[in-house]
Design a protein around this ligand. Structure first.
Ligand SMILES: [Zn+2]
Length: 61
């Protein structure tokens, strides 16, 4: 049941921030930090942050 959410209308402000796109996996990635050392992976990675929702991801080089 966790995956099925009742449809809710989002506020206009939220739509304008583009979170609808983010929720569909279309993030606007922007580089946040160049070449930080990821301890877990033991190597240098680039950190990206979505300018709309603030989600972060690491990219291996
Ligand atoms: Zn996003």
């Amino acid at each position: 049941m966790a995956d099925i959410l009742p449809f809710k209308r989002k506020s206009l402000a939220e739509k304008h921030r583009g979170n609808t796109l983010c929720r569909n996996g279309h993030h606007r990635w922007r580089i946040d930090k160049n070449k930080v050392f990821d301890v877990k992976q033991g190597r240098l990675v680039s950190v990206y942050q979505c300018t709309r929702c603030g989600l972060k991801k690491n990219t291996l080089d």
